[in-house]
Design a protein around this ligand. Structure first.
Ligand SMILES: [Fe+2]
Length: 347
């Protein structure tokens, strides 16, 4: 009797323990998550990550920071890094991350089909998500577009003291010079850089927006800027910024040869990823039509996926031919580019 008494009393406990265990298992199964280290600002990516969370029940944890600091963190954390995905806003740093062996190779048909070959690593270590161009902008009241043609032609003496550009420690300029090295070779790129620097209107200072403002203020006539800075200024609530932006126009250089220099924002899965499946699911989501449309529109960049329309303001600038150089060359020539800019005294 005593045994029977005990059994009947224990059974519900066993059942409830099993039930609790099953509940925990179910919770673990639905608690898939993915951890991102992002060099892209939170407000430019958060909404699309939230959409992914709603669609999939996968929780996304986002840590934002400067690209170099995030890369350093990945390297020092090694195998113990909680990060699954690294997001950066240029190909050069993805190349660095690959070389530092903190990324892993991904084989995904969806990514391969959606992203043109030149905008992903040839070995599958990183993938472009959006495209940004670095064209010439010019003062509409002082420059005629037919005076412009190529990046190479910006060394012409007619542009002496007419060019504004940010400093050489900026990766966008380093990548542009790297693209010239790929095209012209090191020696000719050095000659170009030296003459280009001699045409600067002032020592390099500020960001891309400041170059546009300097043109508007009459300090120089042309500048090289990433397209989304102009887009952001044109749509800015700050009236003086919007006014300054209206005083310049875009010129797409090198349309008769290799095309205008472009770069990407992109992503990679880390070597240490413990949530690889979820991470891959997120990357594939980011190249879906709807995500591409939203993401590129929000950032005023170009969608990476062919066939997706850019935002209205980008459409108003017309179509252009982009340089078809595989962007891993930008990383490959980065060190030479930095050295050349230094030798040419580009501050
Ligand atoms: Fe930027």
């Amino acid at each position: 009797m005593i045994g029977a008494y005990m059994n009947t009393n224990i059974l519900p406990k066993i059942y409830s323990t099993i039930a609790l265990g099953m509940l925990l298992l179910a919770a673990a199964a639905s608690a898939a998550e993915v951890n991102i280290y992002s060099a892209r600002k939170e407000d430019l990516i958060k909404p699309i990550l939230e959409k992914f969370e709603q669609d999939t029940d996968i929780k996304v944890n986002l840590i934002t920071g400067k690209a170099d600091a995030l890369l350093q963190r990945l390297i020092s954390e090694g195998k113990n890094s909680p990060a699954d995905i690294l997001i950066t806003t240029d190909a050069g740093r993805l190349y660095r991350a690959k070389n530092a062996k903190v990324l892993q190779k991904i084989d995904s048909e969806t990514l391969t089909i959606s992203i043109p070959e030149q905008y992903r690593d040839p070995e599958g270590y990183w993938f472009g998500l959006t495209l940004r161009a670095r064209p010439i902008v010019y003062a509409t009241d002082r420059v005629q577009p037919d005076q412009l043609s190529t990046y190479e032609a910006l060394v012409n003496l007619k542009w002496k003291q007419k060019i504004c550009i940010r400093s050489s420690d900026n990766i966008y300029n380093q990548s542009l010079v790297a693209s010239l090295i790929a095209q012209l070779g090191e020696e000719d790129t050095f000659k170009w850089t030296e003459s280009f620097v001699k045409n600067f209107a002032r020592p390099p200072q500020g960001g891309d927006r400041d170059q546009i403002k300097a043109i508007a203020a009459g300090q120089c006539d042309i500048a090289l800027v990433n397209n989304y800075y102009l887009g952001n200024m044109l749509t800015s609530k700050n009236e003086s910024e919007a006014e300054a932006a209206k005083k310049v126009k875009i010129f797409w250089p090198n349309q008769k040869d290799r095309g205008t220099h472009v770069n990407i924002s992109g992503a990679a899965i880390t070597a240490s990823s413990k949530n690889k499946e979820a991470a891959l699911q997120l990357l594939e989501f980011l190249v879906s039509d709807a995500a591409q449309q939203w993401y590129a529109e929000k950032n005023l960049e170009y969608p990476i996926k062919p066939g997706i329309q850019p935002s209205e303001i980008l459409q108003s600038w017309g179509e252009f031919k982009a340089d078809s150089l595989n962007l891993h060359h930008l990383g490959e020539h980065n060190a030479q580019a930095v050295m050349i800019m230094d030798r040419a005294k580009w501050k």
